[in-house]
Design a protein around this ligand. Structure first.
Ligand SMILES: NC(=O)c1ccc[n+]([C@@H]2O[C@H](COP(=O)([O-])OP(=O)(O)OC[C@H]3O[C@@H](n4cnc5c(N)ncnc54)[C@H](O)[C@@H]3O)[C@@H](O)[C@H]2O)c1
Length: 281
């Protein structure tokens, strides 16, 4: 399968790292970036061909030539222009997958030729280590087998959920933006340890391994149907022990409500961005 990745920034590079550790060969990928410097750096880092728009105005059109799947990975404001730029160079059966927040299927389809298969996705950066999450929403012209092909491709580096497009903003609030919440938690667990006298490196190691271990444990128990997040949390809390006091402190500082507010704020910002992007089109 030939894959073109247009815009090889944080997100597309994370996906590509995950794919290259799995079933995808370097020879089957061509990517693009804006600047020649970032193209050279990404080519060196990932070992794939990377074309730079700065030095080759045809870079994106050349990259999609012969591609089975094209991943659009530029910022939301650049997606429609990029889709319009490559529209005439796409084969009719090439599946165009956008990873952008807020850019809806209607905007993508109207920028491409009539009938072009489109999938709107919402990935997250842990795809880079094979533990990501992706939401996929099929466009009007994406056949079930094309959605299944993209689902199977991305399943090599994470859990892929096919959802209705109306759910994508909520999914963004949970799993698209979610790694940032987990990293923030790890940052402040470590900082709390340092305030109590731990060496900073040790505190960061303890926090990172704890977040990873808790995440792995939660995924495994849910898969086995043996426990959910609340049950695992309660199992750490000995009656009148240390964790109970810690969780009381989290509740006193309204951390549960703050986390829900963060999920809602991400989804709400996605809706706001969609409105702004529609006004621009
Ligand atoms: N970062 C995340 O965690 C994350 C998660 C989910 C979705 N996304 C989505 O991914 C998209 C990219 O975000 P990012 O964080 O990777 O941004 P980024 O700035 O790291 O990457 C954008 C890339 O696009 C390239 N680019 C810009 N214009 C180009 C053009 N015309 N042709 C070729 N390349 C071009 C830039 O050189 C850069 O490499 C956004 O739409 C965002 O909504 C990001």
């Amino acid at each position: 399968m030939r894959i073109a990745m247009l815009g090889l920034g944080s997100m597309n590079a994370a996906i590509l790292s995950g794919l290259l550790a799995g079933p995808v060969s370097r020879e089957d990928v061509v990517a693009t970036t804006r600047s020649s410097a970032s193209a050279a750096a990404r080519a060196e880092e990932l070992g794939v061909e990377v074309l730079a728009e700065e030095s080759d105005a045809e870079a994106n059109r050349r990259a999609v030539d012969g591609a089975d799947v094209v991943l659009l990975g530029v910022k939301p404001h650049g997606i429609v222009t990029l889709a319009e730029e490559i529209a005439a160079s796409l084969a009719p059966q090439t599946v165009v997958v956008s990873v952008a927040a807020a850019v809806d299927v209607a905007m993508l389809e109207s920028a491409l030729r009539d009938g072009q298969p489109v999938i709107r996705s919402m990935p997250n950066t842990p795809l880079s280590v094979g533990q990501g999450v992706v939401g996929l929403a099929a466009g009007t012209h994406a056949a079930a087998e094309q959605v299944a092909t993209v689902q199977s491709l991305l399943s090599a580096c994470g859990a892929v959920h096919v959802v209705d497009e109306v759910q994508i903003d909520a999914l963004t609030g949970v799993s698209g933006s979610g790694p940032a919440y987990a990293f923030l938690l790890a940052e402040h667990m470590a900082a709390g340890g340092v305030e109590l006298g731990l060496d900073p490196e040790l505190a960061a190691d303890l926090a990172a391994a704890t977040v990873r271990g808790a995440g792995t444990m939660l995924v495994e128990h849910r898969a086995a149907g043996t426990a959910d997040a609340a049950a695992l949390r309660k199992a750490v809390c000995s009656p009148n022990g240390t964790t109970e006091r810690a969780v009381d402190a989290l509740e006193a500082h309204e951390v549960p409500a703050a986390v829900r507010a963060a999920v809602a704020a991400s989804a709400s910002r996605a809706r706001e961005m969609t409105t702004q992007l529609r006004d621009e089109v």
